[in-house]
Design a protein around this ligand. Structure first.
Ligand code: UD1
Length: 336
């Protein structure tokens, strides 16, 4: 299939391109490079031994996006492009609504008149909000707490309503849990700009000597060791879920949790990373981070039942691949 991949130069996008091409799809990337670099696409191309076609375009640029869609005539879209930092979303709400919500509306407008019948949307488990029960299943009520979470939930609703009005189309919403890890080649991986917000890239930067120590945000949660518990998923497993979604039901809207179903605490993650990297990760316990919840975990059985997808890579592979990427690229893509 001809697949338009918005935000394809990013962390999850590049890993997904590898799986898409392996499955015989023809991607075209659209990326503004606001939070990614062209080098990531060059390296992805090396891994699949072909040039990855891309157009530099922000999803807010309606006319440019329309021209790209008219020319490429996609049969499907995987919509990754968006802003994703929770803290920043509270400081810059207008940007988040603009990129994540208006960007999605622009995409739908740009797709009018094309062959596109299928959209796979990059959403987040953050749309559930404070858990009423765990593991979250897809029927768990959505109560998005941050601006970021609200924009993702709005985009889900926009796509669902678009699908209803266009019954010959299919929308697949993938709610990611906590993506970590890197491609086994260590050529592509997560490369956050500035101070990492997320646990795994922070640990990796401590291990490689870019930062002195990790701050553990709270050890007084109601969890086995008091630190926050999350469902970490290897980015290559997550990438495969997108390919599975392209082959899912031909019409209708479907929502899937994409996680492993297993939770690990912050201290579990430190221990597993130390083992993978063969070094110690200095850390200090500090206060809770505003907005954090104690634990979250996926019930991923729906994706297994309906998409035939399940996570295959465990914690050791998540940590080892992150370490290999970070060690080979201590400054991320900037090293080249
Ligand atoms: C965060 C986002 C979430 C987003 C997800 C994407 C917040 C509040 N939530 O989730 O919306 O979908 O990333 O991956 O930002 N931790 C530390 N020290 C650190 C960093 C994190 O102790 O320096 C802890 C956190 O308190 C948490 C766990 O590590 O218990 C995981 O944190 P993180 O990687 O930021 O992910 P989430 O908070 O689950």
């Amino acid at each position: 299939m001809r697949v338009l991949v918005t935000g394809g130069a990013g962390y999850i996008g590049t890993h997904t391109l590898i799986e898409l091409i392996a499955a015989g799809h023809e991607p075209l990337v659209v990326d503004s490079f606001a939070n990614s670099v062209p080098e990531a696409l060059v390296r992805t191309g090396e891994l699949v031994q072909r040039t990855i076609p891309f157009a530099e375009c922000d999803v807010r640029e309606r006319a440019a996006l329309r021209a790209i869609c008219a020319d490429f005539n996609p049969e499907a879209v995987i919509h990754f492009a968006g802003l994703k930092a929770v803290g920043e979303s509270e400081e810059r709400p207008r940007d988040y609504y603009d990129v994540n919500v208006s960007g999605t509306l622009n995409l739908l407008a740009a797709l009018e008149g094309t062959a596109c019948k299928r959209i796979v949307f990059s959403s987040s488990a953050t749309v559930y909000g404070v858990p009423q029960y765990l593991p979250y299943d897809e029927a768990h009520p959505c109560a998005p707490a941050s601006v970021y979470a609200k924009t993702k939930h709005m985009a889900e609703n926009i796509l669902t309503d678009w699908q209803c009005a266009n019954p010959q189309t299919a929308v697949t919403v993938l709610r990611y849990f906590n993506p970590v890890g890197a491609h086994g080649s260590a050529r592509i991986g997560e490369d956050p700009q500035g101070i990492p917000n997320n646990l795994m890239p922070f640990i990796a930067q401590v291990a490689v000597g870019r930062r002195d120590r990790l701050m553990v945000f709270g050890d007084d949660y109601d969890t086995p060791d008091g630190t926050g518990v999350r469902d970490y998923i290897h980015v290559s497993d997550l990438a495969r879920a997108h390919v599975a979604a392209l082959g899912a039901a031909q019409t209708g809207t479907e929502v899937f949790n994409i996680g492993t179903g297993t939770g690990y605490s912050v201290l579990d993650m430190i221990g597993a990373f130390e083992k993978a990297a063969g070094c110690s990760i200095p850390y200090r316990i500090t206060g809770r981070r505003a907005g954090d919840i104690a634990a979250m975990q996926a019930d991923a059985s729906r994706a297994a039942d309906l998409l035939g997808w399940r996570a295959e890579l465990g914690l050791a592979q998540m940590c080892a691949s992150t370490w290999h990427w970070q060690r080979a690229n201590p400054q991320g893509y900037n090293g080249e």
